[in-house]
Design a protein around this ligand. Structure first.
Ligand code: FES
Length: 489
């Protein structure tokens, strides 16, 4: 049996995005067998993907780095002994059956050769010539195998390593895939992969992350008080917030199809810290209780109240994958209660009340078109969350970020944007000053930088007074008005 890999594993192995690999399948460059790829086809298409490949080494280093980082934070860094033993056991079984298969094929090959040798000696000259031709062909084919086999072997070794470190989760009915590392829970890993899995407490109590195991093996790594009925147990239901994946698994689980499916929540979080990347912008970090995290979609906002002052609606700047640690970018504004609270240098630990999420400024239906983001001053906050989300989805779509900022030091997280542009293929960053006719300049840039603006999804987060003109100017530059999404900040 040829070595088959899922698209996600294959993409991870050769260091490209899943969407790029799917594109090659659609173009007919790579045959797929019920969604699986043959390792030999992969080595043919990506001949440079072998053990010395720096991409692979970097990947392994990154896994080790992440593991060390987690270990330093007191979290489980690598799968525990039981999980490792189960994964090694599964791989040993696969190896044993592969060995048996190879041995059977070798026997078959030898039998074939001896039949052809017999044909070679056939009294009929035509039959003897045909036997000789076939034998030569077979020997030539066998002689050309070693180079390919060597590369395939190297990739197999890498895949085996990754299978021990991480298990793959295949979600139904959506078809989404993601990996689980260490003893991370399936819920944590799914959220980190940018998926809007259904959940509530993250703590084994509410049952909202209930899912059904269709194949593979999971292990409970967190305690749970939730009681399943006997029929649910028999059907294979389990809690994603309490289980990790031991082997590659297929799971039936609910995912939010839109922002309307996320319930409104009220949470009292605690202030962690306030930083001032510029004199006029504060970055406020808050932490929710472990048992009451905020479920939201990237780009959404919450009503934030602190210091006994009235609430103010603020976009969440952080990624939904870290639902306990939330960030907000607060501009300095006279007469604004929250701004006065934050710039008044409050003590860490102060209560911060959150109510939400609100808003529709989200990536719809899994992005499929190039993405253009326009942030104006602290409009960067929801854009930051959306970009982090888009990156975790690994869509491979091109992203262009334009950030228009007025005040001195207005691009207050310029380093973050430059790091994205340096590290990510297909990511472009254009900082623009908010002087002169910045809207017209932005439209000119969009027209110049984007070959087909009508084919992009354009997200604009800006103060209300600029939004109408921005919409008009960008539509004038070729953006499709039905694919222009705006948020007032
Ligand atoms: S999210 Fe509540 S039990 Fe898992």
């Amino acid at each position: 049996m040829p070595q088959l890999l899922s698209v996600s594993r294959a993409a991870r192995l050769v260091g490209i995005s899943r969407s790029e690999l799917q594109r090659r399948i659609r173009n007919g460059d790579l045959p797929s067998f019920e969604g699986q790829l043959r390792l030999s086809d992969l080595t043919r298409l990506y001949p440079d993907a072998h053990v010395e490949d720096t991409t692979m080494l970097e990947k392994v280093e990154r896994i080790i780095e992440q593991a060390l980082h987690k270990a330093r934070r007191g979290q489980a860094a690598v799968p525990d002994m039981e999980i490792l033993a189960a994964r090694v056991g599964n791989l040993s079984n696969e190896l044993a059956s592969a060995k048996l298969e190879v041995s059977n094929l070798n026997i078959l090959l030898e039998k074939l050769k001896s039949r052809l040798h017999r044909l070679e000696r056939d009294p009929s000259p035509e039959v003897a010539a045909a036997g000789r031709d076939l034998l030569h062909w077979l020997e030539d084919e066998i002689a050309t195998l070693p180079t390919l086999e060597r590369r395939t072997e190297q990739l197999m070794a890498q895949d085996t390593f990754l299978r021990i470190v991480a298990a793959q989760v295949h979600l139904l009915p959506s078809g989404h895939d993601f990996f689980v590392q260490g003893t991370d829970t399936i819920l944590e890993s799914g959220l980190a992969a940018g998926l809007a899995l259904d959940y509530g407490c993250s703590n084994g109590n509410c049952g909202k992350c209930k899912a059904r195991l269709l194949s593979g093996e999971t292990k409970q790594v967190r305690p749970s008080d939730y009681a399943f009925s006997e029929s649910e147990k028999a059907l294979g239901f389990f809690l994603m917030c309490c289980h990790t994946a031991v082997s590659d698994i297929t799971v039936e689980a609910r995912e939010a199809g839109s922002e309307n499916e996320i319930p409104l929540q009220e949470i009292t979080a605690r202030l962690r810290k306030v930083e001032f990347p510029s004199p006029d912008v504060a970055v406020m970090s808050v932490r929710t209780p472990r048992t009451q995290r905020l479920r939201f979609l990237a780009g959404q906002s919450v009503d934030v109240a602190a210091g006994g002052l009235p609430p103010r609606r603020l976009p969440i700047a952080s990624c939904p994958c870290d639902d306990m640690n939330l960030q907000f970018h607060v501009p300095r504004r006279a007469g604004d209660a929250l701004s006065e609270f934050v710039f008044g240098r409050p003590e860490p630990g102060a209560p911060v009340h959150l109510q939400g999420p609100h808003g529709h400024f989200v990536l719809h239906d899994g992005p499929r078109r190039p993405l253009v983001f326009v942030a104006w001053d602290t409009g960067f906050a929801p854009v930051h969350s959306l970009i982090e989300h888009a990156l975790s989805l690994e869509t491979g779509l091109s992203i262009h970020l334009y950030w228009v900022a007025g005040a001195a030091g207005g691009h207050y997280q310029d380093n973050v944007c430059r790091a994205w542009a340096d590290a990510i293929d297909g990511f472009a960053y254009t900082p623009l000053p908010a002087r002169g006719d910045a809207v017209a300049e932005l439209a000119r840039r969009l027209e110049r930088d984007t070959p087909r603006p009508a084919e992009s999804d354009v997200f604009i987060a800006a103060p209300d007074e600029h939004l109408a003109r921005l919409r008009e100017a960008l539509a004038g530059a070729g953006a499709d008005p039905d694919h222009l999404f705006t948020e007032a900040v």
